[in-house]
Design a protein around this ligand. Structure first.
Ligand SMILES: Cc1cc2nc3c(=O)[nH]c(=O)nc-3n(C[C@H](O)[C@H](O)[C@H](O)COP(=O)(O)OP(=O)(O)OC[C@H]3O[C@@H](n4cnc5c(N)ncnc54)[C@H](O)[C@@H]3O)c2cc1C
Length: 436
């Protein structure tokens, strides 16, 4: 076996690990359970010429080193595009983020929002959960009208059940002047943390991946069903065994722990407390070019099934045939808080109906693509069990010599650049452990 190193998964974090191994003169065997490579960064193609990623994937990292690495992986063949984001709320389409673009919303609502923000005390109140943070940041009316509803749709649980560990730059906290300016000006300054994104010119987001695995032995349809950390042997679904000197896993933690032997009861209990959302992606191709100019739309209405829409034909013209548009709707569920209510395919008709309600589709539209893809793991849910549970689990994985990486190995809210770096870091730690 190549240097005795095994990498489980072929997503962007595995790409980061392989990148590090190559730069250090090492190689590895890479295994993925799927029949197709690249994990969550895979792109799905449908006739006649539509491409859909697994959730909208664009690269918006401001880490110059990663920008260069990704650019090189596609031979410089990428486009840079200004990001166009908007929101849908009860027939209104404010620019994103809403808190900085209140102009055009009902005057009574805007007045209430601004007066609550103006009345906020300078002293920060005690913040025990995300709901407290929202009210402290935006006041009650704004919070209850927009982000609290969105939280239930996207994170599948109430804001009270979430911590604030994941927020980072995702939620802009405006000052009063910014809010007022956004309520009276058609063109307030763009304060969003992503202003521009990069995307491969051809082949969807997955075009970034293959170069990282060149020269590595990548086996698909290779589901690992057991990892014996004392014998250092992995077993595949077909019964094959393979020994390893060192191993990196990008398998989601709740799926990894059951593959290990003699796991202590407290680790099993901690794993049972982890929460994550899965996502049903409804992919729609439309024979009409003018659906929207946005890349992403956040949807706040409780009675609309999807929480977010993206438009691949605007992300790259290579994602749809000329004269066509494409829409991807995200519908979230979770085992812990809100299990799926029907078969994934049943969401296709509901999605089309709700797209018509929003005015994005017309009854008369010709819709050549109506497909559904299910992602069993989408986002980690940062509920109050997250920190203590994952700390305990990671300590156990460290103790038994399993290196982990990526969004679902680190069990964190990582973007592709951060997952890539996480893979690089896991590879570096692994090589150190082999040398010591
Ligand atoms: C809806 C959505 C939109 C996103 N949009 C963006 C974006 O615009 N920009 C951005 O930078 N990031 C985005 N992200 C984040 C990005 O998807 C992740 O950071 C990244 O893809 C995680 O990669 P990974 O390698 O850690 O995991 P994965 O890609 O999930 O890789 C894990 C791999 O392990 C394999 N595996 C699992 N179990 C086994 C087993 N038992 N045996 C063998 N193989 C196994 C899986 O098949 C998979 O290939 C988005 C995420 C979501 C959910």
């Amino acid at each position: 076996m190549a240097d005795g190193i095994v990498v489980i998964g072929s997503g962007i974090s595995a790409a980061g690990a392989c990148y590090h191994f190559r730069n250090n003169g090492k190689t590895a065997r890479v295994y993925d359970k799927n029949s197709f490579p690249w994990g969550h960064t895979a792109t799905h193609a449908y006739e006649p010429g539509f491409l859909f990623d697994e959730g909208p994937h664009v690269s918006f990292t401001d880490d110059q080193r990663i920008q260069e690495i990704f650019a090189e992986s596609v031979g410089g063949e990428y486009d840079s595009t200004p990001y166009v984001l908007n929101n849908y709320w009860k027939g209104f389409w404010p620019v994103h983020p809403v808190q900085n673009h209140l102009k055009g919303l009902p005057p009574e609502l805007v007045t209430k929002i601004i007066s609550e923000i103006a009345r906020q005390e300078d002293d920060e109140p005690e913040i025990n959960n995300y709901a407290d943070w929202l009210v402290a940041s935006y006041g009650e009316t704004f919070s209850k009208t927009f982000p609290m509803v969105y939280t239930e749709k996207y994170h599948t649980t109430q804001a009270e059940n979430l911590t604030t560990d994941w927020i980072g730059p995702r939620m802009h906290r405006p000052n009063l002047e910014e809010v007022i300016l956004g309520a009276i000006s058609d063109n307030p300054p763009n304060i969003h943390y992503i202003k521009e994104f990069r995307y491969p010119k051809k082949g969807g987001f997955q075009a970034y991946l293959p170069a990282f695995f060149e020269g590595f032995n990548l086996s698909l349809n290779s589901e690992i069903v057991n990892i014996d950390t004392s014998r250092r042997v992995v077993t595949f679904r077909d019964g094959r065994e393979e020994s390893y000197k060192a191993l990196i896993s990008s398998i989601p933690v709740p799926s990894l722990i059951p593959l290990l032997n003699d796991v202590p009861a407290e680790v099993i209990e901690a794993t049972a407390k982890l929460a994550w959302s899965g996502c049903v992606l409804v992919n729609i191709g439309v024979n009409r070019a003018d659906v929207t100019n946005a890349h992403i739309s956040y949807v706040y209405d409780e009675d609309i099934v999807f929480s977010r829409l993206s438009f691949p034909h605007n992300i790259s013209k290579s994602c749809a045939p000329a004269g066509c548009s494409s829409i991807q709707a995200e519908i979230y569920f979770s085992e812990k808080y809100r299990p799926l209510e029907c078969a994934p395919e049943d969401y296709i008709d509901v999605t089309i109906k709700d797209l018509i309600r929003c005015g994005l589709l017309k009854e008369s539209d010709d819709i050549p693509v109506r497909e559904v893809v299910v992602c069993p793991y989408a986002n980690v849910i940062f509920d109050h069990d997250w920190a203590p549970s994952i700390q305990l689990i990671h300590k156990y994985l460290d103790d038994v010599g399993i290196h982990y990486c990526g969004r679902y190995g680190d069990w964190d809210y990582l973007w592709t650049d951060q997952s890539f770096t996480s893979g690089e870091n896991a590879a570096a730690t692994l090589l150190d452990s082999l040398n010591s």
